[in-house]
Ligand binder design. Structure first.
Ligand code: AKB
Length: 315
């Protein structure tokens, strides 16, 4: 039976991952932590501890107190926020990562952390970006992600920590809003479509980025963590994506379910710059071959589910 410590458990991924893991492994076996408590289900459906991930001692103390055998480190600043506060981002993203890896080493735990399509940069091949390729990101977030991938591989080779990671695309969900990401437009657009039948996009038409619906992302985390280690050639981190679209294409998909939906543009140069430095679409072949990555949702199936769920939520 697993005993899992999650950092950033009340964030965009954590709010849903915590509940899924509690369903799979038992509520008491999933220890949610975050810098503040809120009134979400993730904070109240099982053990919860306040944790600032830059506090190394406290992280180890919580891991020992709850006898965890798995650390899932989700706490991090996303790309647009990291770009506006680069020094803070370095300290939080890299400090948190080092502390989480050290915790995993000390308590002999398996380790997961998300990387991102943000780990790639303008000199990376843009289409069908391979698993192993040029990684020279031009954002602080990307620098943190590449350094984090290397550090996680280092902990595997040097100390034998069972580290695993996924390069996530933009994640879309109706549960918790992302905060400070470049791909957030693809979440906001659904909220605005259901409320106002229109959306003003800060990302320009023609800008393609990879995306994935949250249920597929959560399944990918569980499948990777349960994968047979002898099959893993890569570890930190695997390309995974289930769709790639630009704002026009997501708007056209929404218009199939919300007739009259209109998109307009007011491009934010800061976030557009970040988006322009990322791939159009990445190749998930290594994840498929090494641990059977699969997904259920394409753009239209996701759109239909997002709209249904948001209508119920906003009633
Ligand atoms: C962001 O936009 O910063 C994230 C990501 C793709 O890593 N959603």
């Amino acid at each position: 039976m697993k005993r899992i410590l999650i950092t950033g458990a009340l964030g965009q991924i954590g709010s849903e991952l915590t509940l899924k893991l509690r369903d799979l492994y038992g509520a008491d076996n999933v220890i949610a932590t975050d810098i503040k408590k809120n009134d979400s289900e993730a904070a109240h459906s099982g053990p919860f501890e306040i944790l600032d991930v830059t506090d190394a001692n406290r992280m180890v103390e919580i891991a020992k107190k709850h006898k965890v055998d798995t650390v899932m480190h989700l706490a991090a600043l996303l790309s647009a926020t990291a770009e506006s506060k680069p020094v803070f981002a370095w300290n939080l993203n890299m400090g948190g990562m080092l502390n989480a890896l050290e915790t995993a080493r000390e308590v002999k735990a398996q380790f997961f952390t998300p990387s991102s399509i943000g780990a790639f940069g303008p000199s990376t091949p843009k289409d069908n970006t391979p698993q192993d390729t040029i990684m020279r990101p031009t954002t602080m977030y990307g620098v943190n992600k590449v350094a984090g991938e290397l550090l996680a591989d280092y902990y595997y080779h040097k100390f034998g920590v069972d580290t695993r990671g996924l390069r996530f695309p933009g994640l879309i969900s109706y549960v918790a809003m992302p905060g400070g990401g470049t791909t957030d437009y693809a979440v906001e657009i659904y909220y605005e479509a259901v409320k106002n039948r229109r959306y003003t996009s800060y990302i320009d038409k023609g800008t393609y980025m990879d995306m994935m619906y949250m249920p597929d992302a959560l399944n990918a985390i569980v499948d990777l963590m349960e994968a047979d280690p002898s099959k893993l050639i890569h570890r930190n981190s695997f390309n995974v994506s289930s769709m790639s679209f630009d704002p026009e294409e997501i708007a056209a998909s929404i218009a199939k379910y919300i007739p009259g939906f209109k998109i307009s543009y007011n491009v934010d140069p800061a976030r557009q710059n970040i988006a322009d430095s990322w791939p159009n679409s990445i190749d998930s072949a290594a994840a498929k071959e090494e641990w059977g990555f699969k997904f259920d949702y394409d753009l239209d199936k996701m759109t239909q589910d997002m709209i249904d769920k948001l209508r119920q939520k906003m009633q």
